[in-house]
Ligand binder design. Structure first.
Ligand code: NAD
Ligand code: TDX
Length: 333
């Protein structure tokens, strides 16, 4: 059955990868609602079939536009957020507006129209794990967010749970690990280092670089979300991950090697305040209950393909690069 999906934040990194995935693998039609902040790009939606994609520039805190679009959709997939931890340390205010009030505004519309709702969240709501702890996050791990970003995402998850229980909103939640792939903003770790190297700048590692992130390709995140949308149980949370734990130091060394540099050619810079040590996802529930598996392949192959994408798409990232580096320079990072 063909559905009409409302994808919030569909011009951002993971949202645009989802829109490409949906239009490429289903007959569904999509409306993107995006504010086009510094993180949203029209170019990220270029080349997609115009008869199946509508793009609306608007804010998820705007109740009128949200009500109209949610009323027209069979399901909402809610990606829109302020997403960068470093920005949330510099100015938390837009994180509260978009991540909390925006999610509340969408939930109220989903409640009025009884529209199926899927909320995209992050493993960062669980805080961090010790480097030598064999444990991984599960759906039962207590919430313990560290940053303004992750605390507003945790708050948005709790709003969704309350709207399910109190008002019967037909919602599911997924908490995914760190994504990589094409069309990620150059403020984020992997694209920052790739584009630095293209520009002849040495990669920048926060602190000692021993922090661990659990990497998944954005396309695998998209297939997991479609699986949950189709077969997930209302009110349930699913963790999404692809067993991709790596230290930041290992990732930087791998990028340097793949780009033809000496693996030690990077600098240590000021650490992030409150920097989470390690994230690790146990995605057993999603795999056993809904039969999902990641299909993208190894991190090494995906990283090489991502490097190629940034080499071949300088027009896409170049307009953001100088302003992003100027912001980092101000904090010594
Ligand atoms: P992003 O910053 O690349 O994109 C966010 C998009 O949301 C942009 O297009 C932006 O214009 C839009 N947006 C921001 N505020 C808005 C508003 N008020 N109204 C409408 N649109 C607005 O983010 P991303 O990395 O693609 O993350 C997308 C979602 O996935 C977020 O909810 C994030 O918490 C979650 N997530 C991200 C990761 C990751 O590794 N990046 C991992 C797990 C979960
Ligand atoms: O220049 C850098 N050097 C560096 O060492 C940058 C930009 C980052 N880092 C480190 C900080 C983190 O340990 O790399 C790691 C990854 O950093 P980010 O790309 O900023 O991601 P992270 O803070 O882990 O959060 C990401 O994953 C979870 C997304 O930005 C979030 O939206 C998502 O919820």
């Amino acid at each position: 059955m063909t559905r009409h999906l409302l994808v919030t934040g569909g011009a951002g990194f993971i949202g645009s990868n989802f829109v490409h995935h949906v239009l490429g693998t289903t007959d569904d039609t999509v409306t993107v609602l995006d504010k086009f902040t510094y993180a949203g790009h029209r170019a990220s939606l270029a080349g997609l079939p115009e008869d199946r994609l509508t793009v609306v520039e608007g804010d998820i805190t705007d109740a009128a536009v949200v009500d109209r679009l949610v009323g027209e959709a069979d399901a909402v997939v809610h990606y829109a957020a302020e997403s960068h931890n470093d920005n949330s340390l510099a100015d938390p205010s837009p994180f509260l507006d978009t991540n909390l009030i925006g999610t509340y505004t969408l939930l109220e519309a989903a409640r009025r129209h009884d529209t199926r709702f899927h909320h995209i969240s992050t493993d960062e709501v669980y805080g961090d794990l010790a480097l030598d702890d064999p444990a991984r996050f599960t759906e039962h791990t207590p919430y313990n967010p560290s940053s303004p970003y992750s605390s507003t995402k945790a708050g948005s998850d709790l709003l969704v749970r309350a709207w399910v229980r109190s008002f019967g909103v037909r919602a599911t939640i997924s908490n995914c690990s760190n994504n990589y792939g094409p069309r990620q903003h150059v403020e984020k770790f992997i694209p920052r280092q790739i584009t630095n190297l293209i520009d002849g700048i040495r990669p920048r590692l926060y602190g000692a670089g021993l922090n661990v992130r659990d990497w998944i390709h954005a396309d695998d995140h998209s297939s997991a979300v479609l699986t949950i949308l189709a077969d997930g149980t209302i009110g349930e949370t699913y963790l999404i991950g692809a067993d991709g734990e790596k230290s930041n130091k290992d990732v930087v060394e791998q990028i340097l090697t793949l780009m033809g540099h000496d693996a030690g050619d990077y600098d240590h810079v000021t650490d992030r305040a409150g920097h989470d040590l390690r994230y690790a996802i146990d995605s057993t529930k999603l795999r056993t209950e809904l039969g999902w598996t990641p299909s993208y392949g190894s991190f090494d192959t995906g990283l090489a393909a991502t490097i190629d994408w940034y080499r071949e798409n300088e027009d896409w990232w170049r307009p953001q690069k100088a302003a992003t580096e100027a912001k980092y320079a101000a904090t010594g990072q």
